[in-house]
Design a protein around this ligand. Sequence first.
Ligand SMILES: [Zn+2]
Length: 374
Amino acid sequence: MRTLLFLLVLFPSLATAAVNSTRIDIVNAPSQLWEERIYSEIDRTNRLLCRAFTQLPDSVRVFRSDRGPQYDLSLGMIFIGHDYLPVHLYHEYGHKVLDHYLYRHSSVLSYYQMRDRIGGPRSLQDSLLGLEQQIREDQGFLIQLRQRRLVKMAGNLSRWINDHTELIFEASAVMHLEERLAKVFEQLGSDSPAARYRLLAPYHELFADTLAVIMTGRWQSVMMAAAGGINRQSILTEPIPFEPSQLGFNSYFSNVVVPDVLHYRSFQRHLSVEEYRFSRLEGDSNYAQFAPVRSYIRGLAEQQFENSKAMLLLILAEAIQQQLELRLSEPKLLQMDLKAMNRGLIDSLQQRMANLDVAIQGNCRSQTGIAQIW
Ligand SMILES: [Zn+2]
């Protein structure tokens, strides 16, 4: 159920609300109306997703900025402009949803994150041993600070010890992956976060675009917004329900010339991964690498998942997790051509659907005969 609750207004440029258990911090809002639009659109998205996702982002920070729309993976923060369109926010929030999902569900990605935070070029085990030793020494020092009544220094050191003790606890949970993943981490090199970002980015853009087109009910909404030719008023006032008969922006935007790269974000029908010929442009853009997968997703959304878009988004997140874990666990899969990437993701989606079929049949037999999973 929709809950839109203002919890706290610290000062005029920072507002906080809780929407469907996601705390939203808005920084630098130009008006209260703008803030309320942000809350409302994230609320709408959460109300769709919570039909299938068991966990949504605990919190999200939205920063009004002219550098938006953008999602910063390292900060976990959305930047969005004063005159943004809903499709922009749905896309950027899609990044946040996938980011949260992956780090909650993927121990492989957690391992890499831990290496970035405390390991670096040293193994996780060596780093942990070093950190434990440092904490033991600092605990002794802390006692001395307290005896000398150096309260502020003792407080700072105590916080450092607590934070790093928690870090050791988190890192220990992924230590078992060291043997399997250390080689791939080394292969990614000292530029590991950037290399990992390059691997993640095309999958992230695919998920964010899929969420955005589902939320707007228009397969071409992302492409047209990116082209800058969208009719703002039509987007704000069009009916929301997702109905295939109402898809398509062509009637509104017949004069817009869409640059070639945007074309690949349009979720075209009937593209076969086996027959599809990729162009150089597609490999060069994080937004353009999954044209056959987009087509496959559209087919699913218009047929098997017509009434269960949240479930479609969930199996897409699961499939992306599976593909990323495969690629981050096997050095020879770090580099992959576009056909293999598309084939792999479609295979993962099909596996997830096969599992869903089993779950649905199980539900039908054991309960009411209705596919309750939907
Ligand atoms: Zn994006």
